[in-house]
Write a protein of this length. Structure first.
Length: 308
């Protein structure tokens, strides 16, 4: 297997490359580069190597279905390739197409989401979602007078990335620690978060703490919006598959030696927010109710997903 695939998988696993959209594009690009530079001379060997690359990439982070969908998008139509050259060209062009379309999806979501923001709104966002931040930046670019609360998002503190990005745009931004969400929610008009995976029944898998924010927003009657590209919709959940919640090293939570070894540490980095706490999902195919996810998936994937 090519070094670039192994290096990409390691960078995704150690979160040098992070963000559900970014890891999907990195995975797809690694597959495309592997195909372009493949030096073997057998179509079957190429396909076997490609499957190994796919396994290494998709196992690097288990929760974001975007990675799985991005990598698999590069192999669409591979079974019909009759020559090695045709197969290599197909994977390479599929990869380029996915990277282009997935980046355009963020632009579409930004524009649609900004329409839900009005001047004077105070927004709360969690973690560091390119889609959610894109919505906020677009509203600001349109001249809307907005204020933003960004959570620190322990333990990785992706909120620091977010406040740097928003401050650079000149947006009135306040960093809060995660446990301040309920204190500030009375001043918040709308919440915008990103997504790692959306299930067929409209539940959201996103950065840990998202479900608490949704619950607090629901209690305060504050609109809770999810900004998600449709390639983050999980077709596997149509068949009852569960989404794995990634747990990461304990040294992300405490420094070595800070607490006795007898103390256990539980460090899940995603949680699940039920559809009931989501007002709308802003997608690249429009603003939808979480109850519509199944229909959108079937329309995009076609009924052949039920064929054996
Ligand atoms: P975009 C991130 O996960 C966060 O959970 C964020 O909400 C989600 O991916 C989507 O991010 P991590 O990679 O695709 O920080 O909207 O663990 O950028």
């Amino acid at each position: 297997m090519a070094d670039n695939v192994r290096k990409t998988a390691e960078s995704i696993k150690d979160m040098t490359i992070r963000g559900a959209g970014k890891i999907a594009r990195a995975g797809a690009s690694a597959m495309g580069d592997f195909a372009k530079n493949y030096k073997g001379n057998s179509l079957e060997d190429f396909k076997a190597e490609l499957r190994k690359c796919s396994d290494v990439l998709t196992s690097s982070r288990p929760t974001a279905v975007s990675l799985w969908n991005g990598v698999n998008a590069t192999m669409r139509g591979l079974s019909s390739a009759e020559t090695l050259e045709e197969a290599k060209e197909l994977v390479s062009s599929n990869a380029n197409e996915f990277v282009k379309i997935s980046a355009m999806a963020v632009q579409t979501i930004s524009k649609m989401g900004a329409n839900r923001i009005k001047s004077g709104d105070t927004i709360l966002t969690h973690c560091n979602s390119k889609a959610a931040i894109g919505v906020i930046k677009e509203a600001h670019r349109q001249g809307k007078d907005i204020k933003v609360y960004a959570t620190e998002s322990r333990p990785w503190r992706q909120g620091i990335l977010t406040v740097n990005e928003l401050a650079e745009e000149g947006i009135d931004t306040t960093l809060i620690i995660d446990s301040s969400v309920r204190t500030v929610m009375k001043d918040v008009d709308k919440v915008f978060v990103g997504a790692d995976t959306i299930t067929s029944h409209g539940a959201l898998l996103n950065k840990i703490g998202t479900s608490q924010i949704a619950l607090i927003a629901h209690e305060a009657r504050v609109q809770f919006y999810v900004c998600s590209e449709t390639y983050k919709f999980s077709s596997a959940t149509i068949f009852g598959d569960m989404v794995t919640i990634e747990e990461r090293d304990t040294d992300e939570v405490v420094k070595k030696g800070e607490i006795p070894d007898t103390v256990k540490i539980f460090n899940p980095v995603f949680d699940s927010t039920p559809a009931a706490y989501i007002d709308a999902i802003i997608t690249d195919v429009g603003v939808i109710h979480p109850g519509s996810v199944y229909d959108v998936m079937i329309r995009q994937l076609g009924n052949n997903i039920f064929e054996e």
